[in-house]
Design a protein around this ligand. Sequence first.
Ligand code: CAA
Length: 440
Amino acid sequence: MTAVGIDAIEIWTGNLKLDLPGTFAPEKGEDPEKYTKGLGLNASSFPDSYEDIVTMGANAAHRLMERKGLEPDDIGRIDVATESAFDNSKPVSTYVAGCLEQVFDGDFHHANKGERKFACIAGTQSLDDAYNWIRAGRNRGRSAIVIATDTALYARGDAGEATQGAGAVAMLISEDPNLVELSAEQGYGSADETDFLKPNQQFPSVDGKRSVQVYLARMREALEDYESVAGDVHPDDFEYAPFHTPFPGMVRKAAMLAYRHVIRDTSVEDELADEIGRQPRPEAFDDDEAFREAVREYMDELKETEAYQEWYAETIDPTLSISREVGNWYTGSVHIARASALKHALESDRDMTGERLLVGSYGSGAQAEIHSEVVQDGWEDEIEALNVESQLEARYDMSWADYEEVHDVHNHDMDVDVEEFTAPESEFVFDGWGRMGERK
Ligand code: CAA
C-alpha cells in the first residue's frame, strides 16, 4: 500500500513577542519561575495589528506552495482548522484561497474547501480527513493542504493569559510523503465536557484546573484505545512523542501519565497496590483523597528514577522547544511539537528514517487522539527548510503598554486603532474587512 502522510510543513509565527518572565511576571506580581519552570514558557507569539488567522494561515500556505513548486492545480483540497474563526458561514479556507489566488497562476475553483472545529484537536482531524480522502482514491492525483491557524488569546486577567500564542502551521498531505507516514490505527478518548468554551464569544471561558484533568483523562482513554488496535505500546518503541502543548508543564504531566501507563512496572505497582488496596491507576476524578495521595507519592518516586528521566529527556523534552518560545497555538500546537522533535533530531544527527513517533492530540470539549507516524527518507531536507528560528528572532518585543494596546486590537468587542509595531515584509495583511488578505 502506498504511504500517505505529511510531505512538508511550514510554520508562520505572529510577528510580536511577549516576554513572560521579563515583562508579564513583574506586571502580575508573580515569580518569573512560575512561567519558566512551572508552565515551562519563556515567551508568547502575538499577532501584530495587521495579522489574523487568515493572514498567518495564508502566509504559511504561500511559503509551503512556493518552496514545493506547487500550483493551485496540484491541490485538490484546502482545510483550515481553527477555534478562532470570525465567520459562522464561510470557511476560513475560502479567505485563504482568495489570498493565494492573488499570487499564483490559476485558481482553486476545483478544490474542496472546508473548516474543521473541535478545539485544538481539529488540526489532526483535518489531517485524518485528508488522509482518508487520498486513501479513498478521490484525490485524482492531487494533494491536500491542511492549515492549523489560531490567535489563542484569553481575556485580560484570566489564568490562561500566561499561555497565549498566535501562529499557523500549513501541511501538505500526499502520497509518498517526504516527512512522515500516518498510521491507519488511531485511538480515541472522547466525552462531552465543559471545561473550555467559546459560545458566541471571542475569548474562552475556561475552568483551567479542570481542563488539565480532562486532558489527562481523555489522553489515557485514547492511549488504551490505541493499544486495543495497534497492540501494547512500550516507551522504547518511539523516538519522540509529540503531544498537544497548551504549555510545556501540561506535557510533563501527560508524559508521566503515558509512561506510567506503558511501563507496566508491576513490581512497583503491585507493592503499592498491596499498601493501598488497589492498583495505582486512578480515574482522574477519583474522590478518595488517601488514594490520590498514595498515587502522587508513587508518581513522585517514579519521576526520580533514572529510566524515566532519561526517557523524558530524549523522547519528550525535545518536542517542547518551539512551544516554550511561542505559547499555545491551539490547533497548530501538536504540529509544532512534531517539528520541534524533528529539528532536534536534525541538530543532533539522529538518523530518523523508519523511526516512529507517538503523536497525542487533544481538544477541549473534549477529545484526545493517539496515532503513530513513521519518518520518511526525505525528512532532513524538509526540516532543514524551516526558518522558524529566524522568524522568532525577528519578532518585536512588546512593552507592557504595547501589549495592552494590541490585546485590545484583537478584542472584536472593542473599536481601537493602533499603529503597526512591525513592517510587513512580502506577506498578506489584514487591513480592514474590505481589504482582507492584501499582500504587502
Ligand atoms: N516556581 C516554579 N514553579 C511554580 C512557581 C514558582 N515560583 N509558581 C508556581 N509554579 C508551578 C505550580 O506548582 C504549577 O505546577 P504544577 O501544575 O506542576 O503543580 C504551575 O507552576 C502553574 O501554576 P498554577 O497552577 O498556580 O498556575 P495558574 O493557576 O495561574 O494557571 C492554568 C495554570 C490553570 C493551567 C492556566 O494557565 C490556564 O487556565 N490555562 C488555560 C487552560 C489550559 O491551557 N489548560 C490545559 C488543558 S486544556 C487544553 O490543553 C486545551 C487548550 O489548548 C486550551
